[in-house]
Design a protein around this ligand. Structure first.
Ligand code: ATP
Ligand code: MG
Length: 421
């Protein structure tokens, strides 16, 4: 039997990880600047947490969750997203009692049973943040600016921000009545998915990528006409703050997030550089979730980005520089191994990346290997070097060879290394 990665999962090899760490390091820096703390929650949780926290009628819960029973017949789920777990942790550890405003970031694997395509996997990774404890529109604008500036920091281009207000639950319920009335007239033109949503979760039809449905929606009642005054004011202020923060945005009145717990601000950052899966970041306000999961009424807002989509964009836009070896230490006979090992370790101690080659193959083959590995220099060690307590350095890109004493290795090597780069 030939073993392979399961459909929708991927091994991350060193080329991918090169970009992965650009993402991880830059995001850590920016989260730190904004005083966000890291949080790591378990990868599996009670199924009920997501049913309650994400919503039974969402695609995620109704179609995409990995659900299994453990040996005690508990219904568990591989987490499909991060927010519900973080809110659970916030409530479980009574984090609200330390500080009213809690700011978290996370990075980790998520699991959704979807049809795998470019930028869409069954195990994928999300980078996200949650700001729990404030309803200030400034916070909405600030977290959006973190996402936006992070993408700029990655040197990505061709992305844009779309925002909308989805109001409060009551507004949406009222709106849905009108929407259902309108769409029911065109039932025959609806696809299966939208027909189901018409019964269970009509507002999600606005999200449909089906062009026939999008056309139908052009003359449908508009959610923006049903938004209460406070929500409209909140939205107005978010937009003003975004302008002050120099974050360009487009209002998309059909943008509704896929999850039930959102209210007021909803936003997405999309790119023109990916064909199908063009949403890099999705987020919004969820003032009702903490209470819904059994905590004190606490407003909150957050976003999540798909790492795989960021990797695709980065791989396209930034050329990968292969890791270089600094020193390739090789022996020229079989009597110098111990000495060579010590030299290699000394260099490692100074912070260099060192490979050692003590195979009994000839020297020119070893030098070829050093070149293949893109080493800056080869260090040749044989009987003479051992006797003299020296090393011979061959700077491979400049074809220069020189000898130095081991006692001066410490002082000379950095200087030489820099001038031979
Ligand atoms: P989509 O419309 O692409 O399915 P979504 O609304 O389901 O997205 P969210 O739940 O808001 O996505 O997740 C936030 C981000 O996580 C997405 O914008 C995307 O970048 C990423 N993401 C979601 N599902 C997947 C997946 N199956 N594979 C890879 N990345 C994903
Ligand atoms: Mg999805």
């Amino acid at each position: 039997m030939k073993f392979q990665c399961l459909r929708g999962t991927k091994d991350l090899l060193y080329d991918d990880l090169y970009y992965w760490y650009i993402i991880e390091n830059k995001s850590k820096k920016i989260f730190n600047n904004f005083n966000y703390q890291e949080i790591k929650t378990p990868i599996f949780e009670n199924k009920a947490l997501f049913e309650k926290g994400v919503g039974q009628f969402t695609d995620i819960v109704s179609k995409e969750m990995y659900v299994f029973q453990d040996k005690k017949n508990r219904e568990l789920t591989l987490r499909p997203e991060g927010t519900a777990s973080i809110v659970r942790a916030f409530i479980e550890h009574k984090l609200y009692s330390h500080n009213k405003l809690q700011k978290f970031w996370y990075l980790g694997p998520m699991f959704r049973y979807e049809r795998p395509q470019s930028g869409r996997q069954r195990q994928f990774h999300q980078l996200g943040l949650e700001c729990i404890g404030s309803n200030d529109p400034f916070i909405d604008a600030e977290i959006i600016s973190i996402a936006y500036n992070f993408l700029a920091d990655l040197a990505l281009d061709n992305y844009y921000l779309e925002i909308n207000s989805i109001g409060e639950n009551n507004d949406r319920l009222k709106y849905q009545e009108y929407l259902v009335k309108y769409l029911s007239k065109y039932k025959d033109e609806l696809d299966v998915d939208s027909k189901n949503k018409l019964e269970n979760n009509p507002i999600k039809i606005l999200d449909s990528k089906n062009t026939t449905i999008q056309k139908l929606l052009e003359n449908a009642p508009k959610l923006s006409d049903f938004i209460n005054l406070d929500s409209a004011k909140h939205f107005q202020q978010v937009c003003e703050y975004l302008e002050e923060l120099n974050i360009p945005y487009r209002i998309n009145t059909k943008l509704v997030r896929g999850l039930d717990y959102y209210n007021n601000t909803a936003f997405e950052i999309k790119t023109n550089n990916l064909n199908a899966q063009d949403t890099i970041c999705g987020g919004g306000r969820y003032n009702n979730l903490v209470m819904q999961l059994g905590g004190p009424s606490t407003p909150a807002i957050g976003w999540a980005m798909g790492i795989e989509r960021l990797l695709l964009l980065l791989q396209e836009q930034i050329t990968y520089r292969k890791t270089q070896i600094d020193f390739y230490v090789l022996t020229t006979d079989k009597f110098s191994h111990g000495y060579a090992l010590n030299i290699a370790n000394k260099l490692r101690h100074y912070g260099y990346r060192v490979e050692i080659d003590v195979n009994y193959i000839n020297v020119s083959k070893k030098l070829k290997k050093a070149t293949l590995l893109n080493a800056t220099s080869a260090i040749l060690i044989g009987e003479t070097e051992v006797k003299e307590k020296s090393i011979t350095i061959k700077w491979l890109n400049r074809h220069i060879q020189e000898k130095i004493g081991v006692h001066e290795l410490d002082t000379v090597i950095t200087k030489m290394y820099k001038s031979n780069l």
